[in-house]
Design a binder for this molecule. Sequence first.
Ligand code: NAD
Length: 325
Amino acid sequence: MTSDQTILVAGAGGFIGGHLVADLLKKGHTRIRAVDLKPLPGWFQRFPQVECKVLNLQELGNCLEAVNGCDVVYNLAADMGGMGFIEKNKALCMLSVLINTHLLMASKELGVQRYFYSSSACVYAGYKQKNNDIPGLKEEDAYPADPEDGYGWEKLFSERMCRHFREDYGIRTRVARFHNCYGPFGTYDGGREKAPAAVCRKIIAAKLAGKSEIEIWGDGQQTRTFMYVDDCVKGIHRLMDSDVVEPINLGSDEMVSINQLVDIVEKIAGVKMKRNYNLSAPKGVRGRSSDNTFIKKSLGWAPDTTLREGMKKTYAWILKQMTKK
Ligand code: NAD
């Protein structure tokens, strides 16, 4: 990609979108348009040299305005959150289909050359994720389809929409299936946060209140992998520069249980907490990990930041925000 191209980052006020804009600036891009639904003060990261627009991208007219004059589009906009949010807001999650559909229609209309779509590991079939020690999910494990209700179905449908816009209209679409991404400048409270940020917040809140117990959702034995946000951004660039047209896993393969994640955060915080397991809280699938065979083969790389290394930076940022408050 050349630095004279005009780039749209949709969802730029959010976590990954904000990091992507920061990285594009670092790479020397000067013509960046950042768009999000949230009012500007709520954006995680903002840069004075970037054109920022507040638009609801569920509307086709707003997508045409956002895409106008752009060569490349990154779609990171979605109404989403952690398990606590997506299990209780299936209709809202499904409505994100309007964002991707209208952005693709606008991209076709306005001659966009390249298009990135952020899919999710939630597209993977539930029947393959029933145990906590399952092997990593391979790209073909999305079918026969049985994705996460609501959020996962929307992602799976939108992946196919990207494929058909590529096949029928020649837009170079690229699709990455993110597995749990975490890092600074993201949601850590309010109900949309994911496990890594939630665990940091709970431990910090207990420490600040002089308490020594926290609540864990589920029995703590459910397994996941977590990708540091710098790896996510690196993967997006590598994928966009590649010839990989099929959806690809973008995630770490360092699988841990939620209890092991808590162990890591406790070590960083220098505390030991009593864990109260809430078995009726939303907990998602029993086990999930990323099989990185395809990404290593096709992009010659896979996310490699260790969980301990990434969580140290994430904990430090959340601690700073919470002590500021
Ligand atoms: P985020 O919630 O921090 O960012 C999404 C942004 O989209 C938000 O700022 C939100 O205001 C914006 N948005 C929502 N509806 C909009 C609309 N109608 N018009 C314009 N903007 C709108 O989430 P994130 O973690 O940065 O995720 C980015 C993308 O990656 C999303 O598509 C998400 O589904 C996907 N993803 C994220 C993860 C993860 O672990 N963070 C995992 C899998 C997939």
